[in-house]
Design a protein around this ligand. Sequence first.
Ligand SMILES: Cc1cc2nc3c(=O)[nH]c(=O)nc-3n(C[C@H](O)[C@H](O)[C@H](O)COP(=O)(O)OP(=O)(O)OC[C@H]3O[C@@H](n4cnc5c(N)ncnc54)[C@H](O)[C@@H]3O)c2cc1C
Length: 373
Amino acid sequence: MQISSPSPLDPPADQAHWVERAAALAEVFASRAAELDESAQLPVENLSELHAAGFDLAWLPESYGGQGLSWLTFGKVLTLVAKACPSTATIWLMHLGAAYGLVHMNEPEAARFFAGELAAGKRFANALSEPTGGNLFLMPLQTAEPAEGGFVLDGAKRFVSGCEIADYLLVNALVDGVPAFFGLSPDDTLKLIPIWDSVGLRATRSQLISFTGTLLPADRRCTRQTDEPNPIPVGLPFLSIGVAEAALEALQHHAMSRVIPTTGEPLANMQWVQFGAATEFVKLRAATLLAAQTAWLGDQRSPLVNPTSLEAKLLANEVAKDVAALGVKVGGGSGYLKTSPIQRHFRDAQAGALMAYSAEVCQAEIGKTLLTP
Ligand SMILES: Cc1cc2nc3c(=O)[nH]c(=O)nc-3n(C[C@H](O)[C@H](O)[C@H](O)COP(=O)(O)OP(=O)(O)OC[C@H]3O[C@@H](n4cnc5c(N)ncnc54)[C@H](O)[C@@H]3O)c2cc1C
C-alpha cells in the first residue's frame, strides 16, 4: 500500500527525476543498512553516491552552482534515504545543514569558497552541541577568547555526526557574549573521543570532540543573517518519517506473512493489528503533510518555517516511535531477533526525539506560544 496519496504539497512534477534517482540509490542503501548498523561504520560509499548523483548541491541557488530545487523535493528525497538507511540520511542532513549554513551566512566571496568545496566533494559536519549545553545547541555556553588572528576555544562539542570524515566543522561559541559561527578546518588541537557505541543510528558515529587552544579564525567567522531556509529544521521531521515508513512496511510484511497456529490465519486478520496499523498509518499521513507544509513554507522563504518545523518534528518523532513500538508487538519473538529489521527500526526510531530540538523542547516552545497572552 502507498503511504502517500497525491497532494498539492507533492514535489513539483518537473523535479520527479530527482525523486526517481533518489529511489534508485535508496534501494542500494537499504541493502547495506543492516550491515552498517551491525558494524557501526560510516556509510562512506552511500554518501559518495549521493554526492556523485548531484544531491549535495541540488538545493543551493544557481548562483552558487546549485539547482535551486524545491524543499518539497528535499523532503521526499530525504524520506527515501532515511527509510533505506537512517544513519546515511542523518549524516547527509548534517553535512548539508553545515555546508548550506556556511554558504548562506557568509559574504559572496566566502560563500563561493564553501560552495566550491561542497562541489569538490569535501565533507561538512556540525560541531554545535555542548556537553553542558544539551538541547539548546544554538545557544553555546562556551566562550572563545580574542587572540591573534581570531578567537581561541577550549572546550568540547559532542554527538558530531560524521565528524571523522569532515573537512569542515560548523562550530559555534560565545564571542563578546553573543553566539558566533565559524567554518573551521580541523587541526591537531582537536581530539576525537570515541563515545559512540549507541543503541540506534549506529553508523552516524556521532563522537565527542575536544578543543584545546583551537583558533577559530576571524576570517572564517560567519558574518551574515540569512532568510534562506536551512536543511536541518526542514529535514529533521522527514528523518523520522522515513524511519516510520520503514517500520510500518516491516510490520505489514510480518503481519501478512505470519500465520498464527491457533487460528490458522495470518496475524494481519486480527482486529487489534488492523486497528493499530490504521491508527499509526493515519498519524503518519498527518505527520507527512505537516512536514511537507514546513518544506512548502521553506519554498516561500517564510519566517514561519522554523516554528512550524518544531510542530512537524514533534509529530514525526512521536509517530516514528509509536509505529516502531507497534511493530515490536506485532513482530513478537521473531521481530526481537537481530535478523529482523523490526528491532532495528525500533532502535533507530528513538533517536529523532532525542536530537535537538528534542520532543520535550518542541512541546515546551509550542506550549509557551499557545499559553502566553
Ligand atoms: C543521533 C544523534 C545525532 C546527533 N548529531 C548531532 C550533530 O551532528 N551535531 C550536533 O551538534 N549535535 C548532534 N546531536 C546532539 C543533539 O542534537 C542534542 O543537542 C543533544 O542530544 C542534546 O543533549 P543531551 O542528549 O545530553 O540531552 P539534554 O538536553 O540533556 O536532554 C535530556 C532530557 O531533558 C529534556 N530537556 C532538555 N532541555 C529541555 C528544555 N529546555 N525543556 C524541556 N525539556 C528539556 C530533553 O528533552 C531530554 O528528555 C545528535 C544527537 C543524536 C542523538
